[in-house]
Write a protein of this length. Sequence first.
Lengths: 243, 129
Amino acid sequence: MSQPNPDLFDQENCALLAAQAVYNIEAGAADTYRTALGELISCYDQLLRQTRRLVRRSDRQEFEMNQLNHRLADLANELEYRATHDSLSGALNRAAVIERAQHFLARSDMAMIVLDIDHFKQVNDSFGHPVGDTIICGVVDCLQRTLQTPGEIGRVGGEEFTVILPQQNYLQAQQIAEHMRAAIAERDFALPDASRITASFGVSWMPAGADFGTAYSEADEAMYEAKRSGRNRVIRADQLLRA
Amino acid sequence: METLYIAATPSSPEVNFDFGQHQLSIRGESYPENAAAFYGDIIKRLREYLANCTKTRINVDISLAYFNSSSTKMLFNIFEALNSAVDAGNEVILNWYHYEEDDTILEFGQELHVDFPEISFFDRPVKTA
């Protein structure tokens, strides 16, 4: 006799077939039915008990899996955040700035602001790195408070930051940069010698389809021109080219 | 009676039923593609062995880090068979191994203890490596 495909419920199926066979006997003896019913009861009882255990067990496992999935989602979010943000200031890191800028430029025009804190090395050397860190965070705070339009703020180097502004024209971007410059210059960073912090700004604007490298190098060049011409000012890359 | 040995695979446990020593063990993880097929022959061999046991002390070690619902259904059949063997005059000692912090498997073992009272049940928590 060949073995049919084994099934999880072979035992229960056998019991069912046996019960059906007895049921089909039209005028059997009373104890024939009683015996069959007894067998069916014992099988049913076992099935009920096993089902109860199985459901309880799978409920527990589902619950655990659910909790693990939530934990996994939280960790994935945290990992994503850490991979894209500067741990000190909470601004985007360099790689994330490049990625977002390329994303914007693929769809629309985009203005870019590059700024660098003036004399940062001197401040760091005079007052130490913890004070330097406070300044970095304070500058990012000024940028965040000033930025009212859609845009992203990133820390691309030690004391160098980038603000990317999709769908903003040159004039709007220049005004935003000017507000940022003023916010930093007016802020009290509580330095031991009560001195002020300033930053120099360069602004570029690119039509949709331009690449990140061009947008960045034009803004960077304008920022260096702001440094050369006295610091604590905003220079647009298009003014630079005409000069 | 010849030992039944089945090596572990990533989805099925190692089965080592040393009938001569009355020492039966299942260890690993159990989510085979077809649990009825995997456990079907094992249970058939187990029943043949148990039918010939009289006044025998049988040691069973179960150490499953994970088993799916289909495997659970088949495990019930193994425990039914062992429980009946006690009714037939044998002694069955079940060592239920689980990771210390795995409450799901611990609780499942405790339920087995309730459902199959004839089997001498021993909870064996194992520290995670």
